[in-house]
Design a binder for this molecule. Structure first.
Ligand SMILES: [Zn+2]
Ligand SMILES: [Zn+2]
Length: 448
């Protein structure tokens, strides 16, 4: 059986979800769905059109391969194209959705979706993966990445290459967050061992901003329709135990990086518990995102800052040292690492090791992510290792530079802050050009 859908769209059809329903008969063993569209890039348009498919069987999500040049899906009980979930080809009504992330003028976009079903059982070997295990290690500082992609969406690497990258950089934990799919996670989890903890994830890649759902392995509805707001989407993820992180909030948006800039007015930051302030290498949009983060902290939000390489394949050399999350966790397990991140017990680093503690007037010591209850003097202590010549350490109080010192003259600093006027503070390490080298999460201050 073959079914074909043909239509023509123009730029006003950008940011739509266009459903196409088809019937799968009893006894179907495999399915092929192919998208062709033309032009890939309109004449004189600065950027290519960007359209992707999402597939649903009668019971729910079966996959997506966001922004991958190959939009042909092969699916059977045993195997699936990257981005899609192998499994029984259930009889009934299926839906293939065309997600129109970006259609640029002037030419219209013609597309054709072809669906073919076959009854011959596939003879190919099964893609089944047994999850690996990571023996929990005790309390300590653990390094990891919270944002990366494979060819299950628009990355260049397959899952084993991605895991090799994490091992090469001696990460303790790594999260796979492919765009709008979780199909890589079974293989990903099969590759974990005592040296490397794998953490489930997905990047919700919406038309108006990106967010990471961390610590979950199920697909999350990322589309806003029927009155569903981003707050509804985020609260569903939080209710299921996931960590919701606003990703690269000040990334350039349309049209260059369509949907990449966070534009959900109701979630500035709303119920989001965390925001990725360091995406890839330190760039102007990260600096802008940092200012937004400081503004949100000054508004009274207790937000956690995270980093992510957002790696899509072989990194340029300057990325290799960058943007690792260094987390103080009670043990190396998914629950403990994510629990520590939720509490803000991490700093983000491109190399330096950083510590920051605060002691209140009663002698109680608090680490990053914690709260000092004081209206009197607070003693702040920070220390650093592995800084480079020219690096400077800044104590930031309520978003302003309280003091900046040359990191090479000393490897620690102490300050006294007034408990009455201090709302939060943290430490940045900047290089000679002002680029970020490391930054802690804040310590908060509340009146006793
Ligand atoms: Zn993104
Ligand atoms: Zn990403």
């Amino acid at each position: 059986m073959t079914k074909t859908f043909v239509d023509t769209l123009d730029h006003t059809d950008s940011k739509r979800h266009i459903p196409h329903e088809f019937e799968v008969p009893n006894g179907t063993a495999s399915l092929r769905v192919a998208l062709e569209h033309h032009p890939h890039r309109a004449a004189s348009a600065e950027y290519a059109n960007q359209v992707s498919l999402t597939l649903f069987d009668p019971n729910g999500f079966r996959g997506a391969r966001h922004n991958n040049a190959d939009q042909t899906i092969h699916l059977s009980a045993k195997r699936a194209t990257s981005g899609y979930l192998p499994g029984e080809i259930v009889a009934g009504t299926w839906t293939v959705v065309l997600d129109t992330h970006r259609i640029l003028p002037p030419e219209p976009l013609e597309y054709r979706i072809t669906v073919e079903v076959a009854t011959e059982p596939t003879t190919e070997p099964s893609q089944r993966y047994e999850p690996g295990t990571t023996a929990p290690r005790g309390p300590g500082w653990y390094r990891g990445d919270l944002h990366g992609h494979t060819l299950h969406s628009d990355g260049a690497w397959d899952v084993p290459d991605f895991v090799r990258f994490a091992r090469d950089y001696r990460l303790d934990f790594v999260t796979l967050t492919d765009h709008n799919t979780v199909s890589g996670l079974a293989e990903f989890d099969s590759l974990r061992d005592n040296d490397l903890l794998t953490i489930g994830g997905m990047e919700l890649t919406t038309y108006y901003g990106h967010a990471l759902a961390l610590g979950t392995r199920e697909w999350h509805e990322w589309r806003s329709f029927d009155g569903r707001t981003m707050t509804d989407i985020a609260s569903t993820i939080l209710d299921k135990g996931g960590l919701f992180v606003i990703a690269h909030p000040r990334s350039p948006g349309d049209p260059a990086c369509t949907g990449c800039r966070w534009e959900f007015d109701e979630m500035m930051p709303g119920i989001a518990p965390a925001v990725e302030i360091w995406n890839g290498i330190w760039r102007p949009y990260n600096e802008e995102g940092l200012h937004l983060y400081y503004a949100w902290l000054n508004e009274g939000h207790r937000l956690v800052a995270t980093a992510g390489t957002d790696i899509h394949g072989q990194p340029p050399p300057e990325v290799t040292g960058g943007a690792t999350n260094v987390v103080y966790a009670e043990e190396l397990s998914e629950a403990a690492v994510l629990g520590a991140i939720r509490r803000g017990r991490l700093y983000l680093s491109g190399g330096p090791d950083l510590r920051l503690t605060a002691t209140d007037d009663r002698g109680t010591e608090t680490m990053i992510g914690g709260t000092v209850a004081s209206t009197d003097a607070i003693t702040v202590h920070s220390s650093w290792r592995n800084t480079l010549d020219g690096d400077r350490v800044r104590l930031i109080v309520n978003g302003e530079i309280h003091e900046e010192i040359d990191a090479s003259h000393t490897d620690e600093g102490s300050w006294n802050l007034a408990g009455e006027t201090t709302r939060w503070f943290l430490v940045e390490v900047r290089d000679a050009q002002g680029g970020m080298r490391a930054i802690t999460n804040p310590v908060f201050v509340e009146p006793r």
